[in-house]
Design a protein around this ligand. Structure first.
Ligand code: BGC
Length: 776
């Protein structure tokens, strides 16, 4: 049944694709690029020789190899590859493993079509960088792009050609563990980062052997799962989608991402993987996406749990919606032949998806060299190099956010005695974070080692673990089962505390390195309580009770609730999971060899009851205006409305003073450009870097707007006493939003231009912007 000839179909399709090409060019779509005629001819010729079964095989993606990233494992991979029933695999890497499997495809399958080799290269390959939430906190697009470039160079040297990244899901709920994998809560910053990462992975040209094809995920809205519970339902208005959640996916598509991953959740009551509006109307017709769509892990299979019907129906719905490749379910392989034979789907649909996958392979240069020059020698030369480690150290430093620094406890002097305490103080594996590709804990620099590298023998360090990461046996068991290495010190909590308190008492300062185990954030790691684990909280209280100054160094994959900590610790440095060089970078920051400059990209709430809490909220009809006795206003009885640490917040060892906002004009018309400037002065004693942020507000519009929206940022490095003027160019494009008809446009009126060092510390000025001076 599978050996049907599709020659006539291919001819018809060739005609269709020429016609649709003309259509695209005529329509002048943003992304309409003339097809590469050579590629077109190559794919046409190849497809003319493929059986229906072989074409369906290209739509099949298996998980084979070293890692397990979902609930099912693919079976009989070798045999299927030989039969031409596999388009790609993921979780296989290293030149030896990749070459072996690729050789099966190339030499032993009938047509010798090479495989795609995918992997979750999320924040570095073997040289691990900070988790994406940390990288985002750098607000440094060059560093972010470079991190993706290095990741691509390392991963491709190890045989990979495709990464399931960037993850650009906007997240406003820190209970959701996957907030660790994205850029945080803001669509503007999210779009900038999405573009930078795609460029970093894909380089100048996908065919270069050190490029990886990017896969933007999880399309769409996965970050808005209800109650922060992973895989949960998503339900939101179209305006909310367009205004806040969709822009980063679109930016990744516009940056040329070769593939898109459909998400697990539903969108408008239809699972994303079956959602034709999402995957075809929006993604292809409106945004002009030309690559291929792959599902998330077994997402087609999961559609039956969503209530979409039996598995055969699910396969049909997914293909018709616009899915090209089925990750692990193998339901395309199983059901498309029969669906096609019964006329439930057309051959053209299969051809179209097959073509997209073959085109991706062509663009990656796989038909020219299926191994893309991966050799053990190249892997040895290009992976985990000193330069890459140096970059990792720099990015980690840039990602740290100084949340508190009373009485200038930090930076520490490289002298005296430091009590280094906490379950993460001498840890290596957790520093890699929850999704660390081929990262190897043995190469990770712990904080303990970092301090000794940076301070040498000038400072005495008294180390005490003080507590285990978690004491709750049920949680510990679960984390272990899910693959986290939780090293457990068998001593009693009292003995561990006593040793730590003793070290504190004999020291000048305490550095407590506390936080989550890496398995407490990331996929399938939602938490309803986002505080420090209880045993660590108790340890911290005991340390504070000694009266010694306490510096809290945090490692975690999400915003935490830190009320008690922020009141009682002298300094708090948020270091996320900083990757391979985390320990050196932490030491650089602690001793002032690096002056922290990171800024939060996700709000830190005071308690879980405030969630969702995000800076770009609406005003409501009854806003709270600061009167503590006010009733009938939008507020809580038991907690302030504002967060503990706001979006954009982050301190430095110096202070920055902002001048007033100066505008080039206060009334503008149409397409004019507004220049908005401030002076920023380094008012402290140390050189430092500031991220100057621009927010815009439009108090009156045809739909309610956020109280403010980030629209720009610039980084400035200032010597002590130095002043620089920072200027933003604002055009009507920056004023645009989605109106009630979902048109992206701007409306005339009053705009408040706000500039400053955090979303809540801003200087402002007002302009009036008219559409025209007179009617056209
Ligand atoms: C995750 C994706 C990931 C895929 C492959 C899924 O469970 O949601 O982000 O890319 O597995 O590992």
């Amino acid at each position: 049944m599978l050996n049907v000839s599709w020659r006539s179909e291919t001819k018809r399709e060739m005609k269709i694709s020429r016609l649709s090409l003309i259509g695209l060019l005529v329509a002048g779509s943003l992304h309409a690029q003339p097809l590469d005629p050579q590629m077109n001819a190559f794919v046409n010729e190849l497809m003319s020789r493929m059986t229906l079964g072989e074409k369906i095989g290209q739509l099949n993606l298996l998980s084979v190899g070293f890692d397990v990233t979902g609930p099912l494992l693919s079976q009989d991979a070798d045999a299927k590859v030989r039969q031409g029933l596999v388009g790609g695999v993921f979780n296989t890497y290293t030149p030896v493993a990749v070459r072996k499997l690729q050789a099966l495809a190339v030499k032993e399958s009938r047509l010798g079509i090479p495989l795609l080799f995918g992997y979750d290269v999320i924040h570095g390959y073997k040289t691990i960088f900070p988790i994406p939430l940390g990288l985002a906190s750098t607000w440094n697009l060059d560093s972010i792009e470079q991190s993706a470039r290095i990741a691509a160079a390392e991963a491709s040297a190890d045989g990979l050609n495709w990464t399931f990244s960037p993850m650009v899901d906007i997240a406003r709920d820190p209970r959701w563990g996957r907030i660790a994998e994205g850029a945080g809560e803001d669509p503007y910053l999210g779009t900038q980062i999405a573009g930078a990462m795609v460029h970093g992975y894909q380089g100048a040209n996908l065919s270069q052997s050190n490029a990886l094809m990017a896969c933007v995920k999880h399309f769409a809205l996965y970050g808005a799962v209800e109650a922060g519970r992973d895989y949960n339902t998503v339900d939101m208005s179209r305006r909310q989608m367009f205004e806040y959640y969709l822009p980063p996916y679109r930016a990744a598509v516009e940056a040329g991402a070769g593939s898109v991953m459909s998400s697990f959740n539903e969108v408008d009551a239809v699972p994303a993987t079956a959602n034709r509006w999402l995957l075809t109307d929006l993604l292809r017709s409106q945004w002009g996406f030309q690559g291929f769509v792959v599902t998330d892990y077994t997402a087609i299979m999961e559609m039956s749990e969503h209530g979409m019907g039996d598995l055969r129906t699910d396969a049909e719905l997914a293909l018709k919606a616009g899915v090209d490749m089925d990750m692990v379910s193998e339901l395309f392989l199983k059901h498309l032949p029969e669906l096609s034979a019964h006329g439930d789907i057309t051959e053209a649909m299969i051809n179209q998806s097959c073509r997209r996958i073959l085109e991706a392979k062509y663009k990656l240069g796989l038909f020219a060299d299926p191994y893309r020059g991966c050799t053990e020698e190249r892997a040895r030369m290009e992976i985990l190099t000193p330069e890459n480690r140096q970059a990792a150290r720099k990015f980690a430093e840039q990602s740290f956010v100084l949340l508190k620094n009373d009485a200038q406890i930090l930076p520490l002097k490289k002298s005296g005695t430091i009590a280094l305490v906490g379950p993460l103080a001498d840890d290596q594996s957790d520093l890699l974070g929850p999704w660390h590709a081929a990262g190897d804990a043995r190469f990770v620099v712990s904080v303990r080692t970092g301090i000794s590298n940076v301070a040498g023998s000038a400072a005495t360090v008294r180390f005490a673990k003080g507590a285990n990461l978690v004491d709750d046996p049920a949680l510990r068991k679960l984390l272990k089962k899910f693959g986290s290495e939780i090293s457990v010190d068998p001593r009693t909590p009292q003995d561990l505390f006593a040793e730590a308190v003793d070290a504190a008492q004999k020291s000048d300062v305490v550095v407590a390195v506390l936080g989550e185990s890496s398995g407490m954030s990331g996929e399938a790691a939602s938490r309803s309580d986002i505080g420090l684990p209880e045993c660590q909280e108790e340890l911290l209280r005991a340390l504070v009770a000694t009266g010694k100054p306490v510096v809290l160094v945090l490692m975690n994959g999400r915003p935490l609730t830190l009320n008690w900590e922020s009141e009682h610790c002298g300094a708090i440095l948020e270091t996320w999971f900083g990757g391979t060089e985390a320990g050196n970078a932490v030491a650089d920051a602690l001793f002032g060899d690096y002056n922290p400059s990171g800024k939060l990209t996700a709000t830190f709430p005071r308690n879980v009851g405030q969630i969702p809490i995000y800076y770009n909220h609406k005003n409501t009809g009854r806003p709270y205006k600061g009167d503590p006795g006010a009733k009938y206003v939008s507020r809580y009885l038991d907690v302030p409305n504002d967060p503990l640490f706001a979006f954009g917040y982050g301190l430095s060892y110096t202070t920055f003073a902002y001048g007033e906002v100066k505008l080039s004009k206060t009334t503008l018309t149409g397409n004019e450009t507004l220049l908005a400037s401030v002076t920023v002065t380094n008012a402290g004693q140390r050189a430092g870097e500031e991220t100057v942020q621009l927010y815009l507000s439009q108090p009156v519009a045809s739909v309610t707007r956020s109280v403010e929206d980030l629209r720009g940022f610039q980084k400035v490095f200032l010597q002590p006493g130095e002043t620089k003027e920072v200027t933003f160019r604002i055009t009507p494009d920056d004023l645009k939003f989605y109106n009630g008809k979902l048109e992206y446009d701007w409306e005339p009126g009053e705009f408040i231009v706000r500039i400053g060092g955090s979303s809540t510390q801003l200087k402002s000025a007002t302009v009036h912007w008219n559409k025209t001076t007179h009617a056209p």
